[in-house]
Design a protein around this ligand. Structure first.
Ligand SMILES: N[C@@H](Cc1c[nH]c[nH+]1)C(=O)O
Length: 359
């Protein structure tokens, strides 16, 4: 039986290794403002946050992660470049699986450094790989920036691109949207009648939306339906991209092939190549490192570049033992005009102890 004291002791050791790597220890309050910050996490965490109200401070949530408060802290008074480490509880409701913890300890490491993003990605990945090395975990890597660049490069309206970008995090809805925009889905009868204007305008208002809001939405849907379908070849390229799942050198070769016809991803693929070189320079076995273009699509919505995770092959029921990624745009959203490239990750010492106890 692993006790809370065991977990805290391991967390302290792990945090000390991050301090030894140059990180400054920081603390963040457990109660965070929910109204302004919750949006940054995305649907999954929004639905799982513990929220409570406060007459003076407005809605408050129990910290669902450290990255957002650490970014806020750094952007308000941090010097550059900066490396931070922390350890403490995060809270996430579990709606389906009573065996998954709704409160657990994370130990994190975050880098704010504009000098060399590929090197910073490699630094973070290597530190986490070393921390979990005795556990023999399976590594996963991906790059949300490649997906975003692919969507931004589609020859279609800004509204369609914005909708696809929003749904990168919901793979099934993304797929449905893509097929609809490509004209590959039959239009449901009800929707067809709405688009034709055949639905009566004097239907009773039974929902929360006003008539004006409904009219605006219908107008948008009609405008969208009048757009030509997405180019079939581009959709096939996007599909090929989403399916890339190889070791790093083969993944890079496939992505380079795709970039010939989808040049919008070229810069992001160059970034991936630079990262692979930086990883190799830090002694990571890049030839055997998995890369999966769709990895990270169900995690924190603030990621916009490199994403990684470490999983137990024997205990596939466990969530990631370590995860992280790059979140450049988040620093801009919290930066009041400032921004800085940033990347980091967390370990779960409780899960590490659980795996060691079984070995
Ligand atoms: N905060 C993320 C992990 C992370 C830290 N830095 C970047 N990513 C999480 O809780 O999953």
């Amino acid at each position: 039986m692993i006790t809370r004291a065991d977990t805290l002791a391991r967390a302290a050791t792990l945090r000390a290794t991050f301090e030894a790597a140059g990180a400054v220890p920081v603390e963040t309050p457990i109660l965070q403002p929910a109204d302004t910050l919750l949006d940054l996490y995305g649907e999954d965490i929004r639905a799982r946050a513990y929220i409570t109200s406060d007459a003076l401070r407005g809605e408050q949530m129990l910290r669902p992660d450290f990255t957002v408060p650490v970014v806020e802290m750094h952007m308000s008074h941090g010097a550059e470049p900066a490396r931070y480490t922390y350890s403490g509880e995060v809270f996430r409701r579990q709606e389906h699986d009573p065996d998954r913890a709704n409160e657990y300890i994370q130990v994190g490491y975050e880098v704010f450094d504009r000098a060399n993003p590929a090197a910073a990605d490699a630094e973070v990945f290597t530190l986490f790989a070393q921390a979990v090395a005795p556990l023999n975990l399976r590594a996963a890597t991906g790059d949300i920036g490649v997906l975003m660049a692919a969507v931004r490069g589609l020859r279609t309206t800004d509204a369609r691109k914005a909708a696809l970008l929003r749904h990168i995090w919901r793979p099934r809805r993304f797929r449905a949207l893509l097929e609809r925009y490509a004209g590959r889905l039959p239009v449901a009868a009800q929707r067809a009648r709405l688009l034709e204007g055949a639905l009566s305008d004097d239907a009773p208002l039974i929902g929360k939306r006003s008539q004006a809001e409904i009219d605006a939405r219908v107008a948008l849907l009609r405008a969208d339906a009048a757009e030509p379908p997405l180019n079939g070849a581009e959709v096939d390229l996007l599909d090929a991209l989403l399916n890339v799942r190889e070791t790093m050198p083969y993944a890079l070769a496939q992505l380079r092939d795709i970039a010939v016809d989808l040049p919008s991803i070229a810069a992001a693929v160059d970034g991936l190549a630079a990262r692979a070189e930086a990883l190799a320079a830090s002694d990571v076995d890049v030839d055997g490192l998995p890369f999966e273009a769709s990895f990270g699509r169900t995690s924190m919505e603030y990621y916009d570049g490199f994403v990684f995770g470490f999983f137990s092959a024997q205990r596939a029921d466990l969530p990631a033992i370590a995860t992280g990624g790059r979140y450049d745009a988040l620093t801009r959203r919290l930066g009041n005009g400032a921004e800085i490239p940033a990347v980091g990750g967390v370990l779960r010492p409780g899960l590490m102890l659980e795996l060691e106890a079984q070995a």
